[in-house]
Design a binder for this molecule. Structure first.
Ligand code: ARG
Length: 478
């Protein structure tokens, strides 16, 4: 079968007649772009999201131009008034975005010219779209990072609250997803408080590192105009202007760091989601998510699916994909600006939204679940989960090397398993047949509660330690 070429691949006529060239390009261009060129070149469909950042940057730039005397203050006032009007139009949905004007920067500038006439043309003095877009994007990432930080702290607060509630509730702890040693649900939840705490740290780090302003780098080399970059940096809430104009317009490491922090945080949420999926399944039966975070099946009436948890897990792939996309886009680009970099925005916009959505859903699920503490408690004693406690007892009481205690315990576990009983239900005589020095005191360490209570080392699962950890976390994070 023959595949017909699409219209775009065969027609290379200009999108409109002669003299349809973008007026921003000036005299050199007689015709407008080919249809496919216009389509591949335009970013307005997605970068209109940056309108508020673009206007904010332009207002700071215009104000600075007037202060240093490059334009008059009357001109700056007209420009700023025009820009504010445009912001209103956009927010009211009255603004007409044009693909022929490529991007948000030129859409706004063209509208400004309609509103205030030739003075609009002065706004672009000592500025290029290269430093303009670097600024807009940076402001966007800064906003997104700040709101993510708040969402992370909200999630931590929710976890801490539930950890308090379940500080003494024993549950099985797993390695290899096999019963390992009992832990408390509070301890388990506090593990995530730590992880999300580091995620917050990563966000704070990247915010600190990106706290420099690219505006005034202009196209790539700076400008002959006497601009005041320190002033615009301050006005826009940055600590300083970026030191090198080439770097300022050409790096997107702040966005890469944002996506990298997003990926790590998403992986944390994904692992927790996986646990919620397991825990809410009938064979585990540890927790129940309410109707608020579950869905039913259209065919199996008994089903109660943890969709929100599955989606957080699923969206993690998408967020990591965004990081990968930007890394690969940037790899191999020479300094300074390259149009490839227009591809930086969509992955970041999407990942920022998904990260925020995942954080909200995760917080919701943490607040929502109810734990079946009875079930967790009974499962905590399964699988000879206190075998290490028995071995430790032999080391403490019989001064036995741990390795020897380990062998003896393995034999006792075998007897219990043959008798199909737990370690704490195994008669003393059976244990003494294997190691005569075992006394009835052994029964003080064999239940899951006793096991958990004994793990008082710093960072351990004993309820006293968990309560302490909660107190410290409250001071540190809330
Ligand atoms: N839309 C462009 C982007 O997102 C803006 C910068 C264009 N600069 C240029 N020299 N063509 O990257």
């Amino acid at each position: 079968m023959k595949i017909k070429p699409t219209k775009h691949t065969i027609k290379h006529k200009p999108t409109a007649k002669r003299n349809s060239a973008n007026p921003m390009w000036g005299g050199q261009f007689a015709s407008g772009p080919a249809e496919s060129m216009a389509k591949i070149n335009a970013s307005i469909a997605f970068d209109k999201k940056l309108y508020a950042q673009d206007i904010k940057g332009s207002i700071a730039h215009a104000g600075m131009l007037a202060i240093v005397g490059i334009i008059s203050s009357a001109e700056a006032d007209a420009i700023i008034r025009g820009l504010k009007k445009i912001q209103q139009e956009i927010e009211l949905g009255a603004f007409v975005f044009k693909e022929s004007l490529e991007d948000i920067h030129m859409n706004i500038e063209a509208r400004l010219a309609e509103l205030i006439g030739d003075t609009a043309g002065k706004l672009h003095t000592a500025r290029s779209r290269n430093d303009q877009v670097a600024l807009d994007f940076r402001l966007y990432v800064r906003d997104a990072a700040q709101s993510v930080e708040v969402l992370l702290s909200t999630l931590q607060a929710a976890l801490i609250k539930r950890a308090e509630e379940y500080a003494v509730s024993v549950m099985p702890g797993f390695t290899h997803l096999q019963s390992a040693q009992p832990v408390t649900l509070g301890h388990h939840l506090m593990a995530y408080v730590e992880m999300f705490g580091r995620d917050r740290g990563r966000v704070q780090d990247l915010l600190a590192r990106m706290n420099e302003c690219p505006l005034g780098a202009v196209a790539l080399a700076g400008t002959s105009f006497p601009i005041d970059r320190k002033l615009t940096a301050r006005t826009l809430g940055f600590a300083a202007p970026m030191a090198n104009s080439l770097d300022a317009v050409s790096d997107r490491d702040f966005a890469i760091e944002f996506l990298s922090a997003a990926s790590v945080s998403a992986i944390h949420m994904s692992r927790f989601s996986e646990e919620l999926v397991l825990w809410s399944s009938a064979p585990f039966g540890f927790i129940k998510l309410s109707d608020l975070f579950s869905s039913g099946s259209s065919i199996m009436p008994q089903k109660r699916n943890p969709d929100a948890a599955e989606l957080v897990r699923g969206k993690t792939g998408r967020i990591i994909g965004a990081l990968n996309a930007l890394l690969v886009t940037m790899k191999g680009l020479p300094l300074a600006y390259n149009k490839d970099m227009q591809e930086d925005k969509e992955p970041v916009f999407d990942a920022a939204l998904q990260w925020q959505l995942c954080l909200s859903a995760m917080t919701g699920m943490v607040q929502d679940f109810t734990a079946n503490t009875k079930r967790m408690q009974s499962m905590a004693g399964e699988g000879y989960s206190t075998a290490t406690d028995l071995a430790d007892w032999l080391v403490h009481k019989c001064k036995m090397p741990f390795r020897q205690a380990h062998h003896i315990t393995a034999k006792i576990v075998k007897v219990a398993s043959d008798k199909k009983c737990t370690l704490y239900a195994l008669p003393l005589a059976d244990m003494q047949k294997i190691e005569r020095r075992i006394t009835k005191d052994i029964y003080a360490v064999l239940t899951p509660e006793q096991s958990v209570a004994s793990r008082t080392s710093f960072g351990g699962t004993a309820p006293v330690r968990v309560k302490e950890a909660i107190k410290i976390a409250k001071e540190k994070y809330l």
